[in-house]
Design a protein around this ligand. Structure first.
Ligand code: NAD
Length: 486
Protein backbone atom coordinates (compact mmCIF):
# COMPACT_ATOMS: atom_id res chain seq x y z
CA UNK A 1 0.00 0.00 0.00
CA UNK A 2 1.32 3.45 -0.88
CA UNK A 3 1.18 6.17 1.74
CA UNK A 4 0.24 9.36 -0.06
CA UNK A 5 -0.15 11.64 2.96
CA UNK A 6 3.59 11.69 3.58
CA UNK A 7 4.26 13.07 0.10
CA UNK A 8 4.88 16.57 1.34
CA UNK A 9 7.84 17.45 -0.85
CA UNK A 10 8.78 18.23 -4.42
CA UNK A 11 9.33 15.58 -7.08
CA UNK A 12 12.28 16.85 -9.07
CA UNK A 13 14.47 14.94 -11.50
CA UNK A 14 13.13 11.64 -10.19
CA UNK A 15 13.89 12.48 -6.55
CA UNK A 16 11.74 13.39 -3.60
CA UNK A 17 13.18 16.47 -1.99
CA UNK A 18 12.32 19.62 -0.10
CA UNK A 19 11.68 22.82 -1.98
CA UNK A 20 14.46 25.37 -1.64
CA UNK A 21 12.20 28.37 -1.02
CA UNK A 22 12.18 29.79 2.51
CA UNK A 23 8.37 29.61 2.41
CA UNK A 24 6.63 26.80 4.27
CA UNK A 25 3.10 25.94 3.16
CA UNK A 26 0.59 24.23 5.43
CA UNK A 27 -1.70 21.74 3.79
CA UNK A 28 -4.92 21.87 5.81
CA UNK A 29 -7.99 19.65 5.98
CA UNK A 30 -10.79 22.02 4.91
CA UNK A 31 -13.33 20.38 7.23
CA UNK A 32 -11.54 20.44 10.59
CA UNK A 33 -8.50 22.65 9.92
CA UNK A 34 -6.07 19.88 10.90
CA UNK A 35 -2.68 20.15 9.23
CA UNK A 36 -2.18 17.17 6.93
CA UNK A 37 1.40 18.15 6.12
CA UNK A 38 3.70 21.15 5.93
CA UNK A 39 6.06 21.50 3.04
CA UNK A 40 8.84 23.77 1.88
CA UNK A 41 7.68 25.47 -1.29
CA UNK A 42 9.48 25.19 -4.63
CA UNK A 43 11.64 28.14 -5.67
CA UNK A 44 12.44 29.49 -9.12
CA UNK A 45 15.59 27.32 -9.12
CA UNK A 46 13.47 24.24 -8.40
CA UNK A 47 11.18 25.16 -11.28
CA UNK A 48 14.20 25.39 -13.55
CA UNK A 49 15.42 21.96 -12.38
CA UNK A 50 11.95 20.58 -13.10
CA UNK A 51 11.78 21.86 -16.67
CA UNK A 52 15.37 20.88 -17.50
CA UNK A 53 14.82 17.41 -16.12
CA UNK A 54 11.68 16.87 -18.22
CA UNK A 55 13.48 18.18 -21.29
CA UNK A 56 16.49 15.89 -20.76
CA UNK A 57 14.45 12.71 -20.54
CA UNK A 58 11.75 13.53 -23.10
CA UNK A 59 13.65 12.73 -26.30
CA UNK A 60 14.50 9.22 -25.15
CA UNK A 61 10.91 8.68 -23.96
CA UNK A 62 9.52 9.80 -27.32
CA UNK A 63 11.60 7.06 -29.02
CA UNK A 64 10.54 4.35 -26.59
CA UNK A 65 8.58 1.42 -28.00
CA UNK A 66 4.86 2.33 -27.79
CA UNK A 67 4.00 -0.96 -26.10
CA UNK A 68 6.46 -0.17 -23.31
CA UNK A 69 4.94 3.31 -23.05
CA UNK A 70 1.43 1.85 -22.97
CA UNK A 71 2.35 -0.53 -20.16
CA UNK A 72 3.14 2.40 -17.86
CA UNK A 73 -0.45 3.64 -18.10
CA UNK A 74 -1.92 0.18 -17.66
CA UNK A 75 0.25 -0.25 -14.60
CA UNK A 76 -0.76 3.15 -13.21
CA UNK A 77 -4.39 2.04 -13.57
CA UNK A 78 -3.69 -1.09 -11.53
CA UNK A 79 -1.78 0.85 -8.86
CA UNK A 80 -4.79 3.08 -8.39
CA UNK A 81 -7.01 0.02 -8.07
CA UNK A 82 -4.70 -1.50 -5.44
CA UNK A 83 -4.54 1.76 -3.48
CA UNK A 84 -8.14 2.86 -3.92
CA UNK A 85 -8.89 3.21 -0.20
CA UNK A 86 -5.76 5.30 0.45
CA UNK A 87 -6.72 7.57 -2.46
CA UNK A 88 -10.31 7.94 -1.22
CA UNK A 89 -8.89 8.87 2.17
CA UNK A 90 -6.63 11.60 0.88
CA UNK A 91 -9.35 13.06 -1.38
CA UNK A 92 -11.62 13.30 1.69
CA UNK A 93 -8.92 14.81 3.92
CA UNK A 94 -7.25 17.21 1.51
CA UNK A 95 -10.16 18.38 -0.64
CA UNK A 96 -13.13 17.83 1.68
CA UNK A 97 -14.73 15.56 -0.93
CA UNK A 98 -17.26 12.95 0.15
CA UNK A 99 -16.69 9.25 -0.51
CA UNK A 100 -19.06 9.46 -3.47
CA UNK A 101 -17.02 12.32 -4.93
CA UNK A 102 -13.78 10.44 -4.32
CA UNK A 103 -15.09 7.30 -6.06
CA UNK A 104 -16.42 9.40 -8.93
CA UNK A 105 -13.06 11.16 -9.32
CA UNK A 106 -11.08 7.90 -9.19
CA UNK A 107 -13.36 6.45 -11.89
CA UNK A 108 -12.70 9.46 -14.13
CA UNK A 109 -8.95 9.09 -13.60
CA UNK A 110 -8.99 5.40 -14.42
CA UNK A 111 -10.98 5.99 -17.61
CA UNK A 112 -8.49 8.68 -18.56
CA UNK A 113 -5.58 6.29 -18.02
CA UNK A 114 -7.21 3.66 -20.25
CA UNK A 115 -7.61 6.26 -22.97
CA UNK A 116 -4.03 7.48 -22.48
CA UNK A 117 -2.79 3.90 -22.78
CA UNK A 118 -4.16 3.84 -26.33
CA UNK A 119 -2.36 7.01 -27.45
CA UNK A 120 1.18 5.67 -28.02
CA UNK A 121 -0.23 3.48 -30.82
CA UNK A 122 -2.21 6.40 -32.28
CA UNK A 123 0.75 8.66 -33.13
CA UNK A 124 0.02 8.28 -36.81
CA UNK A 125 0.92 10.75 -39.52
CA UNK A 126 0.12 10.94 -43.23
CA UNK A 127 1.66 10.73 -46.66
CA UNK A 128 0.49 13.46 -49.00
CA UNK A 129 0.79 14.01 -52.75
CA UNK A 130 3.08 16.71 -54.07
CA UNK A 131 2.80 19.08 -57.03
CA UNK A 132 6.58 18.58 -57.49
CA UNK A 133 7.62 15.57 -59.61
CA UNK A 134 9.33 12.85 -57.59
CA UNK A 135 8.61 14.34 -54.19
CA UNK A 136 7.17 12.40 -51.31
CA UNK A 137 5.54 14.36 -48.48
CA UNK A 138 5.44 12.79 -45.05
CA UNK A 139 3.65 14.52 -42.20
CA UNK A 140 4.69 13.06 -38.86
CA UNK A 141 2.83 13.56 -35.61
CA UNK A 142 5.41 14.49 -32.98
CA UNK A 143 5.19 15.42 -29.30
CA UNK A 144 5.40 19.15 -28.61
CA UNK A 145 8.28 18.47 -26.19
CA UNK A 146 7.59 19.58 -22.62
CA UNK A 147 4.12 20.51 -21.39
CA UNK A 148 3.44 22.63 -18.31
CA UNK A 149 0.22 21.58 -16.55
CA UNK A 150 -1.57 23.82 -14.02
CA UNK A 151 -4.54 22.40 -12.12
CA UNK A 152 -7.29 23.71 -9.80
CA UNK A 153 -8.37 22.58 -6.33
CA UNK A 154 -11.78 21.03 -6.96
CA UNK A 155 -11.07 17.76 -8.84
CA UNK A 156 -7.28 17.91 -8.73
CA UNK A 157 -6.53 14.20 -9.12
CA UNK A 158 -8.61 14.04 -12.26
CA UNK A 159 -7.95 17.49 -13.68
CA UNK A 160 -4.18 17.08 -13.37
CA UNK A 161 -4.36 13.58 -14.83
CA UNK A 162 -6.57 14.75 -17.68
CA UNK A 163 -3.60 16.64 -19.13
CA UNK A 164 -0.66 14.78 -17.57
CA UNK A 165 -1.62 11.30 -18.82
CA UNK A 166 -2.28 12.15 -22.50
CA UNK A 167 0.69 14.53 -22.61
CA UNK A 168 3.04 11.80 -21.35
CA UNK A 169 1.37 9.14 -23.49
CA UNK A 170 1.97 11.18 -26.63
CA UNK A 171 5.70 11.34 -25.92
CA UNK A 172 6.09 14.53 -23.91
CA UNK A 173 7.80 15.45 -20.68
CA UNK A 174 5.54 17.15 -18.14
CA UNK A 175 5.97 19.61 -15.30
CA UNK A 176 2.88 19.69 -13.11
CA UNK A 177 1.93 22.52 -10.77
CA UNK A 178 -1.10 21.65 -8.65
CA UNK A 179 -3.09 24.20 -6.68
CA UNK A 180 -1.34 25.17 -3.43
CA UNK A 181 -4.27 23.73 -1.42
CA UNK A 182 -4.18 20.34 -3.11
CA UNK A 183 -0.49 19.51 -3.50
CA UNK A 184 -0.95 15.80 -2.86
CA UNK A 185 -4.13 14.91 -4.78
CA UNK A 186 -3.26 17.24 -7.65
CA UNK A 187 0.47 16.63 -7.69
CA UNK A 188 2.65 14.35 -5.65
CA UNK A 189 0.15 11.47 -5.56
CA UNK A 190 0.23 11.42 -9.36
CA UNK A 191 4.04 11.45 -9.33
CA UNK A 192 4.08 8.54 -6.88
CA UNK A 193 1.68 6.52 -9.02
CA UNK A 194 3.76 7.04 -12.17
CA UNK A 195 7.02 6.44 -10.34
CA UNK A 196 5.61 3.12 -9.10
CA UNK A 197 4.35 2.34 -12.61
CA UNK A 198 7.88 2.63 -14.05
CA UNK A 199 7.72 5.98 -15.85
CA UNK A 200 11.33 6.98 -16.59
CA UNK A 201 12.71 9.10 -13.76
CA UNK A 202 12.81 12.81 -14.49
CA UNK A 203 10.17 12.78 -17.25
CA UNK A 204 7.39 13.96 -14.92
CA UNK A 205 8.23 16.64 -12.36
CA UNK A 206 5.92 18.11 -9.74
CA UNK A 207 6.44 21.46 -8.09
CA UNK A 208 4.25 22.58 -5.22
CA UNK A 209 4.49 26.26 -4.42
CA UNK A 210 2.76 29.61 -4.14
CA UNK A 211 2.53 31.91 -7.15
CA UNK A 212 4.15 34.65 -5.04
CA UNK A 213 7.33 32.50 -5.21
CA UNK A 214 7.48 31.86 -8.94
CA UNK A 215 5.44 34.68 -10.50
CA UNK A 216 4.71 33.98 -14.17
CA UNK A 217 7.86 31.92 -14.70
CA UNK A 218 5.93 28.63 -14.94
CA UNK A 219 4.49 29.86 -18.24
CA UNK A 220 7.35 32.13 -19.32
CA UNK A 221 10.11 29.54 -18.88
CA UNK A 222 11.66 28.84 -22.31
CA UNK A 223 11.40 25.03 -22.12
CA UNK A 224 7.64 24.29 -22.13
CA UNK A 225 6.13 24.51 -25.61
CA UNK A 226 2.56 24.13 -24.42
CA UNK A 227 0.68 25.07 -21.27
CA UNK A 228 -2.47 23.24 -20.23
CA UNK A 229 -4.36 25.27 -17.64
CA UNK A 230 -7.54 24.38 -15.77
CA UNK A 231 -8.89 26.95 -13.33
CA UNK A 232 -10.79 30.20 -13.04
CA UNK A 233 -11.51 32.50 -15.97
CA UNK A 234 -9.68 35.37 -14.26
CA UNK A 235 -6.44 33.41 -13.90
CA UNK A 236 -6.93 31.74 -17.28
CA UNK A 237 -7.08 35.10 -19.06
CA UNK A 238 -3.80 36.06 -17.42
CA UNK A 239 -2.19 32.71 -18.32
CA UNK A 240 -3.42 33.16 -21.90
CA UNK A 241 -1.84 36.62 -22.10
CA UNK A 242 1.50 35.47 -20.72
CA UNK A 243 1.49 32.40 -22.96
CA UNK A 244 0.64 34.52 -26.00
CA UNK A 245 3.48 36.97 -25.31
CA UNK A 246 5.86 34.02 -25.11
CA UNK A 247 4.34 32.20 -28.10
CA UNK A 248 3.39 29.10 -26.17
CA UNK A 249 0.52 26.98 -27.28
CA UNK A 250 -2.15 27.24 -24.60
CA UNK A 251 -5.19 25.17 -23.64
CA UNK A 252 -7.59 26.83 -21.23
CA UNK A 253 -10.34 24.97 -19.37
CA UNK A 254 -12.08 27.72 -17.39
CA UNK A 255 -15.10 28.63 -15.29
CA UNK A 256 -18.74 28.00 -16.05
CA UNK A 257 -22.27 29.08 -15.22
CA UNK A 258 -24.23 26.26 -16.79
CA UNK A 259 -27.99 26.21 -17.24
CA UNK A 260 -30.27 23.20 -16.97
CA UNK A 261 -33.43 23.93 -18.96
CA UNK A 262 -36.66 22.05 -18.20
CA UNK A 263 -39.32 22.24 -20.92
CA UNK A 264 -43.03 21.71 -20.25
CA UNK A 265 -43.00 18.15 -21.69
CA UNK A 266 -40.09 16.95 -19.52
CA UNK A 267 -40.04 14.01 -17.16
CA UNK A 268 -40.08 16.26 -14.10
CA UNK A 269 -38.84 13.71 -11.56
CA UNK A 270 -35.85 12.90 -13.78
CA UNK A 271 -35.13 16.59 -14.32
CA UNK A 272 -35.27 17.24 -10.56
CA UNK A 273 -32.81 14.41 -9.85
CA UNK A 274 -30.45 15.57 -12.61
CA UNK A 275 -30.63 19.18 -11.43
CA UNK A 276 -29.96 18.33 -7.78
CA UNK A 277 -27.03 16.05 -8.68
CA UNK A 278 -25.65 18.66 -11.07
CA UNK A 279 -25.68 21.47 -8.53
CA UNK A 280 -24.87 19.90 -5.18
CA UNK A 281 -22.22 17.30 -6.01
CA UNK A 282 -18.96 18.31 -4.33
CA UNK A 283 -20.88 21.19 -2.72
CA UNK A 284 -21.23 22.91 -6.07
CA UNK A 285 -17.49 23.20 -6.71
CA UNK A 286 -17.61 21.81 -10.25
CA UNK A 287 -17.06 23.89 -13.38
CA UNK A 288 -20.01 22.18 -15.12
CA UNK A 289 -22.43 22.59 -12.19
CA UNK A 290 -26.03 23.51 -13.00
CA UNK A 291 -25.92 26.93 -11.31
CA UNK A 292 -29.04 28.09 -13.11
CA UNK A 293 -32.22 26.09 -13.54
CA UNK A 294 -34.54 27.52 -16.20
CA UNK A 295 -38.09 26.16 -15.98
CA UNK A 296 -40.98 26.48 -18.38
CA UNK A 297 -43.78 28.38 -16.61
CA UNK A 298 -46.32 25.57 -17.19
CA UNK A 299 -44.42 23.21 -14.88
CA UNK A 300 -42.65 25.78 -12.72
CA UNK A 301 -44.58 25.24 -9.47
CA UNK A 302 -44.44 21.46 -9.66
CA UNK A 303 -40.70 21.46 -10.44
CA UNK A 304 -39.84 23.94 -7.69
CA UNK A 305 -41.85 22.03 -5.09
CA UNK A 306 -40.14 18.74 -5.96
CA UNK A 307 -36.68 20.34 -6.26
CA UNK A 308 -36.95 22.06 -2.89
CA UNK A 309 -38.20 18.89 -1.27
CA UNK A 310 -35.23 16.93 -2.62
CA UNK A 311 -32.68 19.61 -1.68
CA UNK A 312 -34.07 19.57 1.88
CA UNK A 313 -32.95 15.94 2.22
CA UNK A 314 -29.27 16.66 1.47
CA UNK A 315 -27.15 16.01 4.53
CA UNK A 316 -24.30 18.37 5.34
CA UNK A 317 -21.31 17.68 7.55
CA UNK A 318 -18.14 15.67 7.91
CA UNK A 319 -17.09 14.28 4.50
CA UNK A 320 -15.65 11.25 6.29
CA UNK A 321 -19.19 10.25 7.23
CA UNK A 322 -20.53 8.12 4.38
CA UNK A 323 -24.01 9.64 4.65
CA UNK A 324 -22.71 13.20 4.06
CA UNK A 325 -23.59 14.70 0.71
CA UNK A 326 -22.38 18.26 1.27
CA UNK A 327 -18.98 18.73 2.86
CA UNK A 328 -16.85 21.86 3.29
CA UNK A 329 -15.80 24.39 0.70
CA UNK A 330 -12.06 24.37 0.11
CA UNK A 331 -11.22 27.33 2.36
CA UNK A 332 -12.52 30.29 4.33
CA UNK A 333 -11.98 32.70 1.45
CA UNK A 334 -14.35 30.71 -0.76
CA UNK A 335 -16.91 30.71 2.08
CA UNK A 336 -16.63 34.50 2.42
CA UNK A 337 -16.99 35.00 -1.34
CA UNK A 338 -20.07 32.77 -1.33
CA UNK A 339 -21.70 34.58 1.60
CA UNK A 340 -21.08 37.95 -0.08
CA UNK A 341 -22.67 36.71 -3.32
CA UNK A 342 -25.69 35.30 -1.45
CA UNK A 343 -26.18 38.68 0.24
CA UNK A 344 -25.91 40.40 -3.12
CA UNK A 345 -28.63 38.10 -4.47
CA UNK A 346 -30.99 39.01 -1.62
CA UNK A 347 -30.17 42.70 -2.01
CA UNK A 348 -31.01 42.53 -5.73
CA UNK A 349 -34.42 40.96 -5.04
CA UNK A 350 -33.94 37.19 -5.45
CA UNK A 351 -35.96 35.10 -2.99
CA UNK A 352 -34.07 32.46 -0.96
CA UNK A 353 -36.71 29.77 -0.50
CA UNK A 354 -34.09 27.59 1.17
CA UNK A 355 -31.30 29.30 3.06
CA UNK A 356 -29.06 27.09 5.12
CA UNK A 357 -26.49 28.14 7.69
CA UNK A 358 -22.78 28.59 7.34
CA UNK A 359 -20.91 26.38 9.81
CA UNK A 360 -17.14 26.59 9.56
CA UNK A 361 -16.37 25.94 5.89
CA UNK A 362 -19.72 24.25 5.31
CA UNK A 363 -22.26 26.26 3.42
CA UNK A 364 -25.65 24.58 3.57
CA UNK A 365 -27.77 24.73 0.40
CA UNK A 366 -29.32 27.97 -0.75
CA UNK A 367 -32.09 27.92 -3.38
CA UNK A 368 -33.04 31.24 -4.95
CA UNK A 369 -36.23 31.79 -6.92
CA UNK A 370 -37.41 34.95 -8.70
CA UNK A 371 -33.95 35.33 -10.18
CA UNK A 372 -33.81 37.53 -13.27
CA UNK A 373 -31.07 37.46 -15.92
CA UNK A 374 -29.74 40.91 -14.97
CA UNK A 375 -28.95 39.91 -11.37
CA UNK A 376 -25.34 39.38 -10.31
CA UNK A 377 -26.11 35.86 -9.06
CA UNK A 378 -27.35 34.89 -12.53
CA UNK A 379 -24.14 36.08 -14.15
CA UNK A 380 -21.31 35.15 -11.82
CA UNK A 381 -20.02 31.66 -11.22
CA UNK A 382 -21.16 30.39 -7.81
CA UNK A 383 -18.60 27.74 -6.79
CA UNK A 384 -20.83 26.65 -3.90
CA UNK A 385 -24.15 24.86 -3.18
CA UNK A 386 -26.27 27.82 -4.25
CA UNK A 387 -28.73 27.69 -7.12
CA UNK A 388 -30.75 30.24 -9.10
CA UNK A 389 -34.15 29.17 -10.40
CA UNK A 390 -35.54 31.18 -13.30
CA UNK A 391 -38.82 31.05 -15.23
CA UNK A 392 -39.31 31.09 -19.02
CA UNK A 393 -42.51 31.25 -21.05
CA UNK A 394 -41.18 29.79 -24.32
CA UNK A 395 -38.30 27.80 -25.81
CA UNK A 396 -36.86 31.03 -27.25
CA UNK A 397 -36.92 32.75 -23.88
CA UNK A 398 -35.33 29.76 -22.15
CA UNK A 399 -32.45 29.72 -24.64
CA UNK A 400 -32.06 33.47 -24.50
CA UNK A 401 -31.78 33.38 -20.69
CA UNK A 402 -29.39 30.41 -20.84
CA UNK A 403 -27.13 32.30 -23.25
CA UNK A 404 -27.14 35.54 -21.22
CA UNK A 405 -23.89 34.86 -19.41
CA UNK A 406 -20.27 35.42 -20.34
CA UNK A 407 -19.63 31.69 -19.82
CA UNK A 408 -20.30 28.81 -22.21
CA UNK A 409 -19.19 25.50 -20.76
CA UNK A 410 -21.94 22.92 -20.30
CA UNK A 411 -25.72 22.75 -20.11
CA UNK A 412 -28.71 20.42 -20.21
CA UNK A 413 -32.18 20.37 -21.74
CA UNK A 414 -35.01 18.16 -20.47
CA UNK A 415 -37.82 17.26 -22.84
CA UNK A 416 -39.58 14.07 -23.94
CA UNK A 417 -39.08 15.19 -27.54
CA UNK A 418 -35.38 14.53 -28.01
CA UNK A 419 -35.20 16.11 -31.48
CA UNK A 420 -36.73 19.32 -30.12
CA UNK A 421 -34.06 19.14 -27.44
CA UNK A 422 -31.31 18.58 -30.00
CA UNK A 423 -32.47 21.54 -32.11
CA UNK A 424 -32.51 23.81 -29.07
CA UNK A 425 -29.13 22.45 -27.99
CA UNK A 426 -27.69 23.79 -31.25
CA UNK A 427 -28.78 27.27 -30.14
CA UNK A 428 -27.13 27.04 -26.74
CA UNK A 429 -23.86 28.92 -26.69
CA UNK A 430 -21.82 26.24 -24.92
CA UNK A 431 -19.09 23.78 -25.75
CA UNK A 432 -21.13 20.87 -24.36
CA UNK A 433 -24.83 20.19 -23.80
CA UNK A 434 -26.75 17.13 -22.70
CA UNK A 435 -30.34 16.12 -23.45
CA UNK A 436 -32.26 14.53 -20.55
CA UNK A 437 -29.21 14.38 -18.35
CA UNK A 438 -27.30 16.50 -15.86
CA UNK A 439 -24.75 19.14 -16.81
CA UNK A 440 -21.81 17.19 -15.34
CA UNK A 441 -20.38 14.85 -17.94
CA UNK A 442 -16.80 14.12 -18.91
CA UNK A 443 -15.94 11.12 -21.06
CA UNK A 444 -12.38 10.13 -21.93
CA UNK A 445 -12.94 9.91 -25.69
CA UNK A 446 -15.26 12.89 -26.26
CA UNK A 447 -14.27 16.52 -26.92
CA UNK A 448 -14.43 18.50 -23.68
CA UNK A 449 -14.19 22.27 -23.38
CA UNK A 450 -16.00 25.58 -23.42
CA UNK A 451 -16.68 28.63 -25.54
CA UNK A 452 -16.73 32.33 -24.55
CA UNK A 453 -15.22 32.84 -21.07
CA UNK A 454 -15.18 29.10 -20.41
CA UNK A 455 -12.06 28.37 -22.37
CA UNK A 456 -10.06 27.76 -25.48
CA UNK A 457 -9.37 24.33 -26.97
CA UNK A 458 -10.65 20.83 -26.37
CA UNK A 459 -9.29 17.88 -24.41
CA UNK A 460 -9.93 14.11 -24.27
CA UNK A 461 -9.39 11.40 -26.88
CA UNK A 462 -8.09 12.60 -30.24
CA UNK A 463 -8.43 16.22 -29.08
CA UNK A 464 -5.83 15.65 -26.35
CA UNK A 465 -3.63 13.99 -28.94
CA UNK A 466 -3.92 17.15 -31.06
CA UNK A 467 -3.37 19.38 -28.02
CA UNK A 468 -0.11 17.73 -26.99
CA UNK A 469 1.41 16.96 -30.38
CA UNK A 470 2.31 18.94 -33.42
CA UNK A 471 3.10 17.97 -37.00
CA UNK A 472 6.40 17.86 -38.78
CA UNK A 473 6.60 17.91 -42.56
CA UNK A 474 9.48 15.89 -43.92
CA UNK A 475 9.70 15.79 -47.71
CA UNK A 476 11.87 13.48 -49.74
CA UNK A 477 12.89 14.45 -53.24
CA UNK A 478 13.29 11.04 -54.92
CA UNK A 479 13.93 12.36 -58.42
CA UNK A 480 16.62 14.86 -59.10
CA UNK A 481 15.02 18.29 -59.20
CA UNK A 482 16.21 21.05 -61.48
CA UNK A 483 16.60 24.50 -59.96
CA UNK A 484 16.93 27.92 -61.50
CA UNK A 485 20.47 29.36 -61.83
CA UNK A 486 22.03 25.94 -62.54
P1 NAD B 1 -7.56 29.40 -9.89
O1 NAD B 1 -7.63 30.08 -11.19
O2 NAD B 1 -7.58 30.22 -8.65
O3 NAD B 1 -6.23 28.51 -9.80
C1 NAD B 1 -5.95 27.51 -10.75
C2 NAD B 1 -4.46 27.23 -10.75
O4 NAD B 1 -3.77 28.33 -11.33
C3 NAD B 1 -3.83 27.01 -9.37
O5 NAD B 1 -2.96 25.91 -9.44
C4 NAD B 1 -3.06 28.30 -9.17
O6 NAD B 1 -1.96 28.17 -8.29
C5 NAD B 1 -2.59 28.55 -10.58
N1 NAD B 1 -2.09 29.89 -10.90
C6 NAD B 1 -2.56 31.10 -10.53
N2 NAD B 1 -1.79 32.09 -11.07
C7 NAD B 1 -0.82 31.48 -11.80
C8 NAD B 1 0.30 31.94 -12.58
N3 NAD B 1 0.56 33.23 -12.74
N4 NAD B 1 1.09 31.02 -13.17
C9 NAD B 1 0.86 29.70 -13.02
N5 NAD B 1 -0.18 29.20 -12.30
C10 NAD B 1 -1.01 30.07 -11.69
O7 NAD B 1 -8.75 28.34 -9.91
P2 NAD B 1 -9.29 27.43 -8.72
O8 NAD B 1 -9.92 28.33 -7.71
O9 NAD B 1 -8.27 26.46 -8.29
O10 NAD B 1 -10.40 26.57 -9.46
C11 NAD B 1 -11.73 26.92 -9.57
C12 NAD B 1 -12.04 27.44 -10.95
O11 NAD B 1 -11.62 26.50 -11.94
C13 NAD B 1 -13.53 27.62 -11.18
O12 NAD B 1 -13.73 28.82 -11.88
C14 NAD B 1 -13.90 26.43 -12.06
O13 NAD B 1 -15.04 26.63 -12.86
C15 NAD B 1 -12.68 26.26 -12.86
N6 NAD B 1 -12.59 24.89 -13.37
C16 NAD B 1 -12.72 24.68 -14.71
C17 NAD B 1 -12.71 23.38 -15.21
C18 NAD B 1 -12.88 23.08 -16.68
O14 NAD B 1 -12.58 21.96 -17.09
N7 NAD B 1 -13.37 24.00 -17.49
C19 NAD B 1 -12.53 22.31 -14.34
C20 NAD B 1 -12.39 22.57 -12.98
C21 NAD B 1 -12.41 23.88 -12.51
Amino acid sequence: MLNFKTLNSQYLNGEWREGTSSLTIENKNPYNGEIIASYKAASLEDLDVAYKSSENVQKQWAKTNPIIQRNVFDKAYNIIEENREAIVDVIIDEIGGTRLKAEFEIGLVQNMLKEAASLPMRMNGSILPSPIDGKENRVYRVPVGVVGVISPFNFPFFLSMKSVAPALASGNGVVLKPHEHTPITGGTMIAKIFESAGLPKGLLNVITTEISEIGDRFVEHPIPRAISFTGSTKTGKHIGEVAGRNLKEVHLELGGNSALVVLEDADIDLAVSAAVFSRFTHQGQICMSANRIIIHEAIYDEFVEKYVSKVSTLTCGNPKDNSTIIGPLINERQVQNTVALIEKGIEEGAKPIIKGNVIGNIVEPVVFTEVTPDMTIANEEFFAPVVSIMKASSDEEAISIANQTPYGLSGAIHTRNVERGAELAKLMDTGMIHINDGTINDEPNVAFGGVKNSGVGRLNGEWSLDAFTTTKWISIQHEKRSYPYS
